[in-house]
Design a protein around this ligand. Structure first.
Ligand SMILES: [Zn+2]
Length: 419
């Protein structure tokens, strides 16, 4: 094995060990608090709900462990058994090395990997979520979702992949700049059209009916200078009892979306505080900052890929042959391998990103408190959502600081009550 292959293998194994260890730590912490409802939550959650949340947390955690072991074994098998160079050779022999053929090969690998993970997705939805009463997805909806996802990938992803490979051939050494620009513009366009074109493929959106809730939320939107054309209710209950709120699109296309499950679970003041929190993300420029950070991340990523694509040792480490030049077939392994390793790299960066995102959550909470003039409704809303979603009330601190994009309930409540 080459030194680089060994480094990659160590990173992959270290990730798996860290994931399993953190999960074990968290399971142990949850079990240690399982007998009695911790005093902090006594007034908030009853015993049966608390125990259900513990069982749900442990069941999800054990399932996550199985997925970790499987994914790690699969990734190691794909990277180090020579199956990729072999498949690439077979594909080249059968379909040639045109841009279309190479894009087809890369696309095929992606599809194959997503097919392998289908049973896990099925189990998570129908068994795990089903056991705790969250699943409302029918088999038909689930199958149709997968088919629509595949069609979207074929209609949008495949042409983009082809264009990227073409760009590499056309522009040579500076390809990564052009590619980054094209991919980023494509993503922004997608973000723009998603609310109008893509999301309706999966869900039904209906304007929030006339009434006091609608008046209240529009009043909040205008008070916070957040012009919105519509507030819509999405039939989230078509798939799950979990609830959420978000806004989507920009400028002219912007709309606020509430899950029907959320509308059913919360009172009007609570919904107002949740929406104020979401508007906070927008007004405090969290959306733009997150987008800017991901654009920077992508440019760095493409630059790294372009650099790797010129390193012989990189190809050799995974059993590929290195050919000088910018033909699609030469660069394809340099596109594929970082794609496969991306999850491992992002895993090690994610705790830092989460520190950032938790700070945004605190700021959005403070914004909601300032605009609604009170903290109690948001706290009530968080309590209800925590109970309804059977969220883990006692995560291990190391676990939550590594994985959580939001502060824990206790942390948010403390911040909302103070200052
Ligand atoms: Zn938030």
């Amino acid at each position: 094995m080459s030194p680089f292959a060994i480094i990659a293998l160590v990173l992959i194994l270290a990730r798996a060990i860290a994931e399993l260890w953190l999960s074990r730590l968290n399971q142990w912490h949850v079990r240690a608090h399982a007998d009695e409802v911790p005093t902090t939550f006594c007034g908030m959650v009853d015993r049966p709900t608390y125990h259900r949340s513990i069982n749900y947390t442990l069941a999800k955690s054990r399932f996550g462990d199985a997925v970790t072991v499987f994914d790690t074994a699969l990734l190691i098998a794909i990277l180090f058994t020579g199956v990729l160079p072999w498949a690439f050779g077979e594909s080249a022999a059968a379909f040639g090395t045109s841009v279309f053929a190479v894009a087809g090969f890369l696309f095929g690998v992606g599809i194959a990997l997503s097919i392998v993970s289908l049973p896990f997705g099925w189990y998570a939805q129908f068994r795990l979520e089903g056991r705790f009463g969250f699943n409302t997805t029918t088999t038909t909806t689930w199958v149709l979702d997968r088919l629509k996802g595949f069609l979207l990938a074929a209609l949008l992803g495949f042409p983009l992949l082809t264009l990227v490979l073409k760009l590499i051939e056309w522009t040579g050494p500076s390809w990564w700049i052009w590619t980054a620009v094209v991919v980023i513009v494509f993503q922004l366009l997608l973000l723009l059209i998603a609310p109008a074109v893509i999301m309706p493929l999966f869900n039904k959106f209906t304007p929030l009916p006339e009434g006091s809730l609608r008046e209240r939320l529009f009043a909040l939107a205008s008070r916070t200078d957040f012009p919105t054309r519509s507030i819509e209710v999405m039939d989230g209950s078509k798939r799950s009892q979990h609830s959420n709120a978000f806004f989507t699109g920009f400028g002219h296309f912007r709309k606020i979306v509430l899950f029907d499950t959320l509308v059913a679970q919360l009172t009007e003041p609570e919904l107002e505080s949740v929406l104020a929190h979401e508007i906070g993300h927008y007004k405090l420029h969290h959306v733009i900052k997150t987008m800017a950070a991901s654009i920077v991340g992508e440019v760095v990523g493409f630059a790294a890929i372009a650099w790797l694509a010129r390193q012989q040792w990189f190809y050799r480490a995974f059993g590929f042959e290195y050919h000088v030049g910018f033909a699609a077939a030469n660069v394809a392994p340099a596109m594929l391998l970082p794609g496969l390793l991306a999850g491992t790299i992002i895993f090690w960066i994610s705790p830092v990103i989460h520190i950032w995102s938790r700070r945004f959550e605190y700021d959005a909470d403070a914004f909601a408190r300032a605009t609604t003039g009170e903290a109690q409704s948001l706290i009530e809303a968080l309590h209800k959502l925590t109970k309804k979603n059977l969220s883990n009330l006692t995560p291990h601190p190391l676990y939550s600081s590594f994985y959580y994009s939001h502060p824990t309930l206790l942390e948010r409540e403390r911040a909302l009550r103070s200052g």
